[in-house]
Structure formats: structure tokens, C-alpha cells
Design a protein around this ligand. Structure first.
Ligand code: ZN
Ligand code: ZN
Length: 340
């Protein structure tokens, strides 16, 4: 079978490796059973390119990349799953025993990690996953919409912590895949949403969900108009660079909430720290998702509250992985999908 391996920072190969065989003997329970999943759709995101470039270090080399995949059960092992059932892979690695896992926060497991970064990932024709990491995808979700369920789970997780009231004003900076999903969820919760991006095409998409959208250079005056000078109750930073986090602090109302959703791996220009203090802001930094977050995302898509299909802009075969990784870097790109 083929898989995409990172050999060293900047260099990937498509490796032909022996097919895996199930080891069902060690399972303590059906949930612990090792299930073999045949992947059907693989999603790429900025995290993958950051790992490729070495900005996020991989735990070992070579490593099989990837953390976003849906597929069908090939061998259920001793689990409750059925052959052919469609599943979403939760790419989080958890210990189940540390103080964060015991507190119900396994997304920040102290011994945890992410497939494709800390252990071999999902960019492979077949993947072995414990049954408790798989979420069944209902028939109501078409295959082309399912590949976004992993990202959506992390967006659901990000929006769980702040208290929100219908009618509040939210700003989402960065309208990539996560930004577009977050815009839709905030609108569904009754908030008024302003999206900020340079891309006309991404602005249009945000408007199609019912949000307003402007360019970064219009953001300050637009938020002033839109909130009558008060500032936004909630600002989501979904770009992952320091300057847009700084913009989030400036656009926030006094007493506002900032969600630092984008992953910032370096910065040096400085943040408006005085705003952070003076406005008494709540700065939240969500990471990953819990199983319940994936289930909630599946419900939102199955019920049509969140639309994911319009977010796929590029499709590639697994053999075109190099082109797929390049496509993620293009300004107009939203979700880049590979088919094994
Ligand atoms: Zn991702
Ligand atoms: Zn743990």
C-alpha cells in the first residue's frame, strides 16, 4: 500500500509499504480493538505544511504525514463496528490516565499527541486506529462533505468555552476553512458576524452564509461602524500569525473574548499588550477536539446547519501529493483533498 512520508524537512516521498494486518489479540475491550480503516478522503491543512517545512517538528523521521481522514472499516477487529461502515478518524493520541484525561480534557492529554506529527499519520491507503478514536458518519452526510469533519470538530471545540448570547457582535479574522466553518456556527448561534480577509472570493463565501465581510485595511472602521464604536464581543483569530492576533486585540470590545484559533509558531513584532491589559480581555487558546466535539460537528453537518462541500477547492490523487501540498499554500485555496 502507498503512504506519504516526510523523509526530512521539505522532502516528502510516496512510499510503497507492506499492507498491515490486524492485531486483535491485545484488546482489553471492544473500544480498544484495533480497527483497520481503508481511507477514502484525506484532507490537508496548514498544520501539514508547517510540519513539512519543519516549523512544527515531527517526533520522528521518516513519518507518515496527515491527521485528516475519513474512510470505511476494512477489518473491525473485535470492535462494535461493521465492515464497510463509514468513519471519521479522530487523530488525537491520548493516554486516558493523566490528570487532563481524567478531567475530561483528553484533547490536551499530558502524554498525548497528534497522528502525522507525533506518530505515523493517516495519509495512507490503510490505517490502524483504536475503535474509540472512530466516529460513525451517518448516511445523511455525503462523502464529499465528510472530509471536513475533523477540522469541524476542532472548530466546535473552540467555540465551546466562551459564553455567547444571540445578537452579540463577532469578528472572524481569516476566512480559510476553519474561519468559514466558525462563521457558519456563530451565525447559527444568533450572533452577527463580520469576516476579515484579503480574498474577495472568501469574502463572497462568507457573505453567502449571511455574514458581512471586509478586507483587513477596512476592518477597524467596519468594526467601529458595526458596533457603534464599542468593539466586538468576540474575536476569533483564524490565521495564525502574530499581527492578526494583534488586530484581534484591537478590534475587541473592553471585556471582550479573543479566541486564538490559528496556530502561531513564531512572532517578533509584538502584540498590543496594553490593550490586552486595559480591556481586561479573555484570551482563549483552544487545541484539538474531544470525541463529543466530533459528534457535535457530525450533527451540525447532518442537519444542514453547517455546509462543508463549498469549501473544497482542490482535489488530487495520492500520487500527486507534492502538488497537493503546494496547493495548500495558494492564497485562494480552501480545503485541499486527496483520494488514495
Ligand atoms: Zn488539519
Ligand atoms: Zn492523558
Amino acid at each position: 500500500m502507498r503512504e506519504i512520508q516526510l523523509q526530512e524537512p521539505g522532502r516528502i516521498t510516496i512510499a510503497e509499504v507492506p499492507p498491515i494486518s490486524a492485531d486483535v489479540g491485545a484488546a482489553r475491550s471492544p473500544e480498544d480493538s484495533q480497527v483497520i480503516v481503508r481511507t477514502t478522503q484525506l484532507g490537508l491543512c496548514g498544520t501539514d505544511t508547517k510540519i513539512l517545512d519543519g516549523h512544527i517538528p515531527a517526533a520522528k523521521l521518516p513519518i507518515t504525514l496527515g491527521h485528516e481522514a475519513v474512510g470505511v472499516v476494512e477489518q473491525p477487529g473485535g470492535s462494535y463496528l461493521l465492515v464497510g461502515q463509514r468513519v471519521l478518524i479522530d487523530p488525537g493520541i491520548i493516554c486516558g490516565a493523566c490528570r487532563m484525561c481524567l478531567a475530561g480534557r483528553s484533547n490536551i492529554c499530558l502524554a498525548g499527541g497528534l497522528l502525522g506529527r507525533d506518530a505515523d499519520g493517516v495519509f495512507s491507503e490503510l490505517v490502524t486506529v483504536p475503535a474509540h478514536r472512530l466516529h460513525v458518519i451517518p448516511d445523511a452526510i455525503p462523502p464529499s462533505a465528510a472530509v471536513m469533519l475533523q477540522v469541524l470538530g476542532t472548530c466546535v471545540h473552540a467555540l465551546r468555552r466562551p459564553a455567547m448570547t444571540p445578537g452579540q457582535r463577532a469578528v472572524v479574522i481569516g476566512l480559510g476553512v476553519s474561519g468559514q466553518l466558525i462563521v457558519q456556527m456563530l451565525l447559527a448561534r444568533g450572533l452577527e458576524v463580520l469576516g476579515v480577509t484579503r480574498s474577495q472570493q472568501k469574502q463572497e463565501l462568507a457573505r453567502s452564509w449571511g455574514a458581512a465581510a471586509v478586507s483587513p485595511n477596512e476592518a477597524v472602521s467596519a468594526v467601529d461602524d458595526y458596533t457603534h464604536g464599542v468593539g466586538a464581543d468576540l474575536v476569533v483569530e483564524a490565521v495564525g500569525i502574530e499581527s492578526t492576533l494583534g488586530m484581534a486585540l484591537e478590534l475587541s470590545a473592553t471585556g471582550g473574548v479573543i479566541i486564538a484559533f490559528g496556530i502561531i509558531t513564531s512572532g517578533s513584532t509584538g502584540l498590543p499588550y496594553y490593550n490586552l491589559y486595559f480591556k481586561e480581555l479573555d484570551l482563549l487558546s483552544p487545541r484539538g477536539a474531544l470525541g463529543a466535539d466530533y459528534d457535535e460537528g457530525i450533527r451540525l453537518v447532518a442537519e444542514g446547519v453547517v455546509k462543508t462541500e463549498p469549501l473544497v477547492t482542490h482535489r488530487f490523487e495520492l500520487d500527486d501529493a507534492t502538488a497537493a501540498f503546494e496547493a495548500v499554500r495558494q492564497t485562494g485555496a480552501l480545503k485541499v483533498v486527496m483520494s488514495p
